[in-house]
Write a protein that binds this ligand. Structure first.
Ligand SMILES: N[C@@H](CCC(=O)N[C@@H](CS)C(=O)NCC(=O)O)C(=O)O
Length: 482
């Protein structure tokens, strides 16, 4: 195959190389397009050698078709993907690890998709996944007209961030402003810390993106106090990143807000959506079921696609030999199928889908508290409210058997007790856990908001009603299909 390497004197050379073989968990991509990045330029000049074990062929991102795959990655064969690689992109064929491949998004050409993995994802992950930037935040980015800088400006415009950049000349500052930066500071002629103070009305910025090359500009951290909101920068708000182009991204205002209510809707997940293409997700369900709806809602909120397989439980379709043998030996839906593995139990399926997202708190206490509500939902809420809903709406009051009739009053009492407990908990709180939407809310929402189907009077629970509206107001919210 033809490939491009640097000859050591600053020139690019076209050479002939054997086509590489994908190993376990790797794919071979027939390259349709490769992104060009500043690290490539530095590598050409001999200033950015590939890490040990990486290809000496230039190119850190590609798009094309998977034409061969190693064990564990064969399901990607013939798919069109773009991928982040540690080298080897400027070639007819390139090996990529499964975990850094993702499908070429609909509507993007291969050339456009090849420009995503390196810079877009670097900025995205740092700005949103690590810096938790959210609309209205001030962000300081060094190198305003670099790939990173211009991408940060573009994302800032899309997500309502106010991006201040530093540049090395007035001309670059002008260009950054034309691109949409809120302010551009020439660090060669002014004190950027002072300028940030002035621009932000002495409030400082929320997030700083700091590049590897910015050795001389470490004052964000040394002078963090000067930049951060609230006057102090708690320890630990600094990350060393593996990404090649950004050294540090710090949220400096001490308010991490990892679970801001608008984050789930506005930010698709990078981590899992990269790996996500390795996983075909199928939901085995009956669409009117609240347990199944939980799983669909979680997927929608975190931006994951589910294929759907519908069953009719009244016809016993989840009790067939085939279902019990192959899908869930417990004979129930929902079941989330991940490739050829199956996750029964709605809350477990939600947990799988939400992994790594802001729906799952990272704070150990909040995390456990979220699990508490999810267990409670299954033990004290769903068996009463969901069961009554099923009996009344799908079986019908006249067709209930004696045992079911006998169980109606205690289930109604227990259902009301559950709603009362929720009402008390939500008195003075917006969400079940911490200060943001979590899986606890999703799992409880599923049957609570349709409790009227089971003739529970939700008007008796005003805080619950307000919380229901809050959940419905989430970006990407989808209604139940019942
Ligand atoms: N704890 C389970 C409950 C599952 C469940 O009860 N599923 C019902 C529909 S919502 C079902 O499959 N019923 C059919 C049957 O039992 O035959 C979960 O949360 O997933």
């Amino acid at each position: 195959m033809l490939a491009v390497v640097a000859d050591g004197s600053g020139e690019l050379v076209l050479i002939d190389r054997p086509v590489p073989h994908p190993g376990i968990g790797e794919v071979l991509i027939k390259v349709a397009a490769a992104g060009v990045n500043r690290p490539d330029v530095l590598q050409r000049r001999g200033m950015y050698p590939p890490p040990p074990g990486a290809s000496d062929i230039l190119g850190l991102e590609v798009a094309g078709e998977v034409v061969a795959a190693g064990d564990g990655a064969r399901h990607l064969l013939h798919q069109k993907v773009c991928a982040l690689v540690s080298g080897g992109g400027y070639a007819e064929f390139c090996v990529a690890p499964l975990g850094t491949c993702l499908p070429i998004p609909k509507g993007l050409s291969a050339i456009e998709a090849a420009a995503m993995p390196e810079t877009l994802f670097t900025v995205w992950v740092n700005l949103f996944e690590r810096g938790f930037a959210a609309d209205g935040d001030w962000v300081l980015v060094h190198g305003g007209t670099s790939g990173i800088g211009t991408m940060a400006i573009a994302l800032g415009q899309l997500f309502g961030l106010k991006v201040i950049v530093t540049c090395g000349s007035d001309q670059k500052c002008l260009r950054a402003l034309e691109l949409g930066a809120e302010a551009a500071i020439n660090y060669a002629t002014s004190d950027y810390v002072e300028e940030v103070h002035r621009v932000t009305d002495r409030k400082g910025v929320n997030v700083v993106i700091h590049r590897v090359q910015d050795d001389g500009r470490r004052r964000d951290f040394k002078d963090c106090l000067a930049l951060c909101r609230g006057g102090s920068a708690p320890a630990g708000h600094r990350f060393d990143l593996s990404a090649s182009q950004i050294e540090c991204c710090a949220r400096v205002d001490g308010s991490w807000r990892p679970r801001r209510k608008d984050r789930v809707g506005s930010l698709p997940l990078i981590g899992r959506s990269v790996g996500g293409m390795t996983e075909k997700l199928v939901l085995h369900e009956q669409s009117q079921s609240g347990n199944c709806y939980k799983v669909r809602l979680t997927a929608a909120l975190v931006g994951k696609h589910l294929d759907r397989h519908e069953y009719d439980i009244l016809k016993g379709e989840t009790r067939t030999l085939e279902f019990v043998r192959n899908v869930n030996s417990n004979g129930k839906i929902p079941v989330l199928q991940v490739e050829d593995r199956f996750i029964p139990e709605s809350n477990a399926a939600c947990y799988f889908l939400a992994e790594g997202s802001s729906l799952i708190p990272t704070d150990p206490f909040d995390h456990a508290d979220m699990l508490r509500w999810m267990f409670w939902e299954q033990y004290s809420h769903e068996p009463n409210i969901a069961t009554l809903r099923f009996w009344m709406r799908w079986i019908g009051p006249d067709d209930l058997n004696d045992l079911q009739r006998l169980q109606m009053p205690p289930k109604r009492q227990a259902g009301n007790a559950a709603l009362k407990l929720m009402e008390d908990h939500l008195n003075g709180r917006e969400w079940f856990v911490g200060d943001g939407l979590s899986l606890a809310d999703i799992c409880l929402f599923a049957y609570t908001h349709v409790a009227g189907d089971a003739e529970f009077d939700l008007q008796r629970y005003p805080h619950v009603l307000e919380w229901i509206e809050r959940v419905k107001g989430q970006p990407r919210f989808i209604p139940i299909e019942a």
